[in-house]
Each structure stands twice: as structure tokens, then as C-alpha cells.
Design a protein around this ligand. Sequence first.
Ligand SMILES: C[S@@+](CC[C@H](N)C(=O)[O-])C[C@H]1O[C@@H](n2cnc3c(N)ncnc32)[C@H](O)[C@@H]1O
Length: 182
Amino acid sequence: MTNTDQDKWNARYQAVDKQAHAAQVLIDNLHLLPASGTALDLACGLGGNALLLAKQGLSVEAWDISPVAIAKLKQQATGLSIHANVVNITTASLPKNHFDVIVISYFLEHSLAPALIEALQPNGLLFYQTFNQNQLDHGPTNPVWRLQTNELLRLFSPLVVRYYREESLANEALLVAQKKMP
Ligand SMILES: C[S@@+](CC[C@H](N)C(=O)[O-])C[C@H]1O[C@@H](n2cnc3c(N)ncnc32)[C@H](O)[C@@H]1O
């Protein structure tokens, strides 16, 4: 990721008056969340996942490369336990054995998978949802930013799968997976 990427995302968030939405993989699996603990919404954008996680009782870190998105999230986060910060995840490092929950929606950096697994606490849960390569009619045009078939299962194979869907019509893959106890 480069400053150009940051500029691109800033421009998008400045231009649109979008509402933050939580990812379907999180909405459909709220029952798997712990009642408390620490969560990370990575590449959070406007923080739809962060807002939902905080309302469920978690203390949330929300990270995104776009200062515009983070400023907008901060306006929505009053009274909630959300710490929103500008972070470029390609140069930042994730803490080890730290988060009870990590959520990523519509962001893909294939090489991050081992660090994400390490960043989960034992029993911690990863919620992941993004585009696959089944259809290219919406989402990123560059296939590098899309999952190959079964790729989430391969990237996170050290975790225990709790939920998985990959549907050609929906053009996306959805995973919830849990870190084993040592
Ligand atoms: C398609 S948006 C998804 C936002 C949000 N997760 C959602 O589901 O609405 C991708 C997000 O990734 C962020 N992003 C891109 N590169 C990043 C990086 N290197 N580090 C952190 N965030 C990044 C962008 O600013 C943007 O908010």
C-alpha cells in the first residue's frame, strides 16, 4: 500500500455520505461472540463492524489507512468503547496473542494471514468476508484483491472452522474460525 492508496480511500470517504454497515458474516454469527474482551476491526472503513462489536460489549480497536474514515467513525463512536486509529497494516505490526475477536471485511492482504493468527488469543475468533474470483461484476477488478476458491480455508488452516460459505452468486467468501488452545 502506498500514499496513493491512502489518497484514493480518503477521496472515496470524503465524496460519499455512506452509512457504516457491519459485514454479513458478523451479523449472522453474533451468537459466537464472547460477552466481553478485546476486538480488532481491521481496515475498518467507517467502522460498521467496530460499532456492532462495541454494542455487543467488546472493547474495540478500529484501524484503517484513511484518516477521513477514522474521523467519521470517531463521530459515531461517542459513548462506545472504540479506539479508532489511522494504521497502515502493511507497515504496522500486530500484537501477539492479544485479540479475542478480529473482523475483516472487504480487505485482502494475503501475506497477513500468519500474523492475524498469531494476533488472536487462544480461543479467539476470526470473522472474515471478502470478494472471491467467481464473478468480476462488482468489487475490485484486480484479481489480486480477490480470493481464490477455498483460499480463506487455506490461509487460515491452523484455525478451527466454525462457519464457512462461498457462494458463486454472492461473489464472496465468509469464514468464522477459532484459534485452538495451546
Ligand atoms: C472496501 S473498504 C472496506 C471497509 C470496511 N471493512 C467495510 O467492510 O466497509 C477497504 C478498506 O481498507 C482500507 N485499507 C486499504 N489499505 C489499507 C492498509 N494498508 N492498512 C489499513 N487499511 C487499509 C481502506 O481505507 C478501506 O477503508
